[in-house]
Design a protein. Structure first.
Length: 411
């Protein structure tokens, strides 16, 4: 045990100016350390086991002599009575604090990590923007700055409930995205508790089922017999928005697939358009047979290495360009609704089997048929698209009402 120095008074301690260590008494080993720059701090010199430790107690400016005496006496008691090494204890506490701080990630920070990690899964940039925009609009204002480990069911309800009935589809996606973020947090050990955003056995007990409150709103479609007049008018219009819309109708493709079509995807000789999987909603390559009318349209386009229907100032046409064209033509239908018109025609005016019509729309065929179907029925779909082009070019009432496709194609 070190010798106990004479107890210095506060006045005597304040008069000390020489840099170095000064025993101040009161508690064995209690020292005032004065730095070369005049800084002053309390130090406790103590032996722990076979090692001498100099334990910093804190700045003398923020700790009075009385506080330093109390602190030093408590450390000596722990060493003597409990066998605790204060230095090791302090290091362990600091390590635990740093570990805790590393896990104290906010929901927003965690969500941004998820969005970054999911970039490869998104089929296009729009999906990435939708993820971020919906969370920014609905989730971040309420739980964005909360530690992801602190989020509870009440917080999730606060995000979802105000808009659950009025914007059911959107809020369903928001719930799924919150669930995904918290699942990531659990896997990454940012969170130790269960996920309060799961639906089954959890939110289903406090929110209405989306299936019972969602009103299905179909895209407005053009009447089948109005297609001839519409296409006749459309073909008189100038610009790539008109040509792209015409191509959408002739191929029954989605707007984004047509607007993003490149010449490298098209084989005019084989009358085939091959859309790569990364541009398809289902993520799989889709082959589109091209009718003579579609090929004629393409041959009239300036050919090159880039987009088939570029925007006037370069780049891809916007979906709004074709929607605006429909409004100017006073057509009360959507671009996507043209696919519905094709589907209605196939069902009502032909004997086309369901799976062929669904494949033409690049829909996934469900059930047993989908499980065993390996080909894409390209030859039969080519006949169907030829008949669709022929129907469009025929005035209503001039042709037969129903085309016996099954008999003609031996389906």
């Amino acid at each position: 045990m070190p010798k106990v120095a004479r107890d210095l008074t506060n006045v005597e301690i304040k008069r000390l100016e020489k840099p170095g260590f000064h025993n101040v008494g009161h508690v064995p080993g209690l020292i005032l350390q004065i730095g070369k720059n005049g800084s002053r701090s309390w130090v406790l010199r103590i032996r722990i086991g076979d090692k001498r430790r100099d334990i910093g107690l804190g700045s003398a400016q923020g700790m009075t002599l009385s506080q330093a005496k109390t602190y030093a006496a408590e450390i000596r008691r722990k060493v003597r009575d409990e066998g605790i090494d204060p230095v090791a204890e302090r290091k362990a506490a600091r390590s635990a604090l740093l570990a805790q701080q590393a896990k104290a990630i906010t929901f927003r920070e965690c969500a941004e990590e998820v969005i970054k990690n999911k970039q490869g899964e998104f089929t296009n940039k729009k999906h990435s923007k939708q993820w971020r925009s919906t969370l920014e609009q609905y989730a971040y204002p309420i739980i964005g700055e909360l530690s992801v480990d602190d989020i509870e069911l009440a917080h999730v309800k606060q995000v979802l409930k105000p808009h659950w009935k009025s914007r059911t589809e959107t809020m369903t996606r928001v719930r799924q995205r919150i669930e995904a973020v918290i699942n990531y947090a659990i896997t990454s050990e940012y969170r130790q508790r269960s996920n309060p955003a799961i639906w089954k056995g959890n939110l289903e007990n406090v929110l209405s089922s989306p299936n019972k409150i969602t009103k299905v709103v179909h895209h407005r479609a053009l009447e089948i017999d109005a297609m001839h007049a519409f296409m006749t008018d459309l073909r008189q219009r100038q610009g790539n928005a008109a040509r792209c819309l015409e191509f959408v109708v002739l191929t029954a493709a989605r707007s984004g697939e047509a607007r993003g079509a490149t010449w490298s995807e098209i084989d005019l000789e084989k009358q085939l358009w091959i859309i790569p999987g990364e541009r398809m909603k289902a993520g799989k390559e889709h082959r589109v047979p091209l009718s003579d009318a579609a090929v004629k349209l393409l041959k009239a386009q300036p050919q090159g290495d880039g987009l088939v229907f570029p925007a006037p100032r370069g780049g891809k046409l916007s979906d709004a360009a074709m929607s605006a064209l429909l409004r100017r033509m006073e057509i009360k239908a959507t671009v996507h609704g043209m696919r519905s018109s094709f589907r209605d025609w196939a069902a009502e005016r032909t004997s086309t089997p369901n799976q062929i019509a669904e494949m033409a729309l690049a829909h996934t065929v469900q059930g047993v048929e989908g499980a065993y179907r390996r080909g894409d029925l390209i030859a039969k779909r080519a006949k169907l698209m030829d008949q669709w082009a022929e129907f469009i070019d025929t005035k209503p009432g001039q042709g037969e009402n129903v085309t016996a496709i099954r008999a003609k194609e031996n389906l």
